[in-house]
Design a protein around this ligand. Sequence first.
Ligand SMILES: O=C(O)[C@H]1O[C@H](OP(=O)(O)OP(=O)(O)OC[C@H]2O[C@@H](n3ccc(=O)[nH]c3=O)[C@H](O)[C@@H]2O)[C@H](O)[C@@H](O)[C@H]1O
Length: 422
Amino acid sequence: MAADRSPFIHRRWPYYPPPRLIFWTAVFAALIVFLVFHSPPPDAPPDRRPTAAWGGQGWERRVLASARPRSNSPSHAAGRGHLSVLVTGAAGFVGSHVSLALKHRGDGVVGLDNFNNYYDPSLKRARRRNLDRAGVFVVEGDINDAALLSKLFDIVAFTHVMHLAAQAGVRYAMKNPASYVHSNIAGLVGIFEACKSANPQPSIVWASSSSVYGLNSKVPFSEKDQTDKPASLYAATKKAGEEIAHTYNHIYGLSITGLRFFTVYGPWGRPDMAYYFFTKDILKGKPISIFEGPNHVSVARDFTYIDDIVRGCVASIDTAQESTGSGGKKKGAAQLRVFNLGNTSPVPVSKLVNILEKLLKTRANINVLPIPRNGDVVYTHANISYAMRELHYKPTTDLQTGLKKFVHWYLDFYSGNAKWVP
Ligand SMILES: O=C(O)[C@H]1O[C@H](OP(=O)(O)OP(=O)(O)OC[C@H]2O[C@@H](n3ccc(=O)[nH]c3=O)[C@H](O)[C@@H]2O)[C@H](O)[C@@H](O)[C@H]1O
């Protein structure tokens, strides 16, 4: 009888299933386990689902280890408690330097960066290797990913957020305006949203820009001056960021410090900036353009060396008061500050090129062109008395000294020998 041949009847326990059944059951179980551990949290909206780049137990362990401050950190010794800082844009120029400075003095640091290709991402990856070696884990993700930010704040009670991720570059805003809105407006709001909901709320220090002074002609630029004439979309998004900061401070009690950086340069810098691509082009014998203002006025910048900027950033963290809200509710007035971080010593771009020529021992092939109408301003000069008073900020590196360090790094880096020299 066919029924008698069936393996499933007339059997008594203990029952030993055939090997093929065991195999398929195991495959099925493994599939279920995989789906459970890789599916998004049920409340995550579909467009905010975690990507393969973050999540999982191993990832969380790395975040936690990176966020842990050293028990004998100077911040703790100075009575500021243990600091755990989320640094956005950590694989960027300023972000990588600030992350290392904080880590070296014993603070916990977690980096966040989307490694976009605005400029050569291999430079960002090289910076990330430096950070890895120092024990800073850089999460690969976007500041617009609300689920990722909320996850990071679930895992770590960050005391501070150093928000340096942005779409940089004044002239590129003509080519890709949407990227400025995405990063500098939507991304900033995303960061403030995550911070206001966090419990405890962190204090925030973020990068504004000297470009907010726009078409102002009164120099040096003071934080008290009006900033309602931005000359580029980049400047307009940074100015908008300052206003948005006011709103989040006012409604939610977030402690927020904005830093107006003045043309930051140095080792591990940004290849889209003039000093960097002038170096590259001079070495290649390619012509470079030096812009000049109306009536042949020299275009000049208050070039500021990276180490001075890092000291200003760290001092901003150390003097930031705590946010006053919790669970999205304000409990009292909170600190709101804006500082100029410049060098207070503007240098014409033609002088910068002279210094590079001497350092590179190569004559530049120069075209002098009228300044294009694409967002550039003729002159920047920071008044830094407020930062000197509140942050004890005091820039110490002149352009000659700073460019020497940059050129030294540049030659090493592109011959494959660059080591991190803080
Ligand atoms: O302080 C800021 O907030 C900004 O600083 C930086 O902007 P900028 O000061 O414009 O720097 P950068 O492009 O290096 O041009 C330097 C000089 O070279 C001149 N310049 C430029 C290109 C060229 O081909 N020729 C030339 O003369 C040019 O006219 C200018 O005078 C950051 O990029 C920006 O992200 C933002 O942080």
